[in-house]
Design a protein. Structure first.
Length: 306
């Protein structure tokens, strides 16, 4: 499935301000299941880009702006080929088929902080919540992880939150609600308490209606999204999306991975100006399935498909 992604972030200011360098993580991570076809990142006013990689291998664009401005528009246009199976068949090392299992010394060394819960757990409340999902000794590993994935969603109300940051997992349990990043954080912390290595992922979700109505065929369905990955020997990093109760990378386009969601902000930048100069930010995301022989032309970008 070929997907087109358009992600536009707009910042508005009361008067022209001097923009400091803005750090952007907007480039999809290629894998056996995801092949980047084209990418175009642009800013208005124009910026100079410096490209680097962080400690997790995420591609970072740092934008520098020479002149003050009262408006900043960051436009990211991407086309990818997504081939992940809806029902993945995973080849897990025999010793890890059943929980509990041990990572090798080399794996534990390399996984490091991804094995360690980040949030305080007074009275082992979160650890007890995670352990309650375990049915007993010699539990099937994948079944256990799918049960934790379901537990992080069932009984929780999904909500969209405009506030910056991620809820601590204990607050998500107290409120019985959270955004995609909150539910992903709850899952990550829970499986770390069970001894699994887990990391946070940010990117895009393509989630069209399943009605089969031909009228929906050309509509655009998608959003920025956050989920989790768990490392299993031989199988590697496996995606778990508690927001949608799914396992595997189908309909997901990963952009960045990290120890926590807080490290994965798509755009991070500051300005020099009056404290009340900032008026607000808007984000628009569309993700659509591309058709063959489609041509799309826009300012500063062009896609042409065979």
């Amino acid at each position: 499935m070929r997907l087109q992604i358009l992600h536009v972030t707009t910042y508005a200011y009361r008067a022209p301000v001097a923009l400091l360098a803005h750090r952007m993580m907007l480039s999809p991570r290629g894998s056996h299941a995801l092949r980047p076809i084209s990418a175009d990142l642009s800013c208005e006013p124009p910026a100079e880009f410096e490209w680097t990689q962080d400690v997790f291998g995420n591609l970072i664009a740092t934008a520098s702006f020479p002149d003050p401005t009262a408006r900043l528009v960051i436009t990211n246009r991407v086309t990818v080929e997504q081939t992940a199976a809806a029902w993945p068949i995973l080849k897990i090392a025999p010793h890890a088929h059943y929980y509990p299992f041990d990572y090798s010394h080399e794996e534990r060394t390399d996984l490091g902080a991804l094995l360690v819960p980040e949030h305080p757990d007074p009275e082992d409340r979160l650890a007890d919540w995670a352990r309650a999902v375990v049915l007993g000794g010699d539990t099937d590993t994948l079944s256990l992880l799918q049960d934790v994935n379901a537990a992080a969603r069932i009984g929780m109300t999904y909500v969209t939150r405009d506030e910056v940051g991620t809820q601590p997992p204990h607050l998500t349990l107290d409120l019985a609600s959270g955004s995609c990043r909150d539910l992903a954080t709850l899952f990550i912390e829970a499986v770390r308490h069970l001894g699994f290595a887990a990391r946070a992922v940010s990117g895009y979700l393509f989630d069209p209606p399943i009605s089969g109505d031909p009228a929906d065929r050309d509509n655009q369905h998608g959003a920025t999204h956050a989920w989790a990955e768990v490392y299993l020997p031989c199988a590697g990093w496996i995606a778990f999306d508690p927001t949608n109760g799914r396992m595997g990378e189908a309909h997901l386009v990963p952009v960045a991975v990290g120890r926590s969601i807080g490290q994965l902000s798509p755009v991070d930048g500051r300005y020099i100006g009056a404290a009340d100069a900032f008026l607000g930010m808007t984000v628009e995301v569309t993700v659509s399935a591309a058709r063959q022989n489609l041509e799309f032309d826009a300012k500063d970008a062009a896609w042409n498909f065979d």
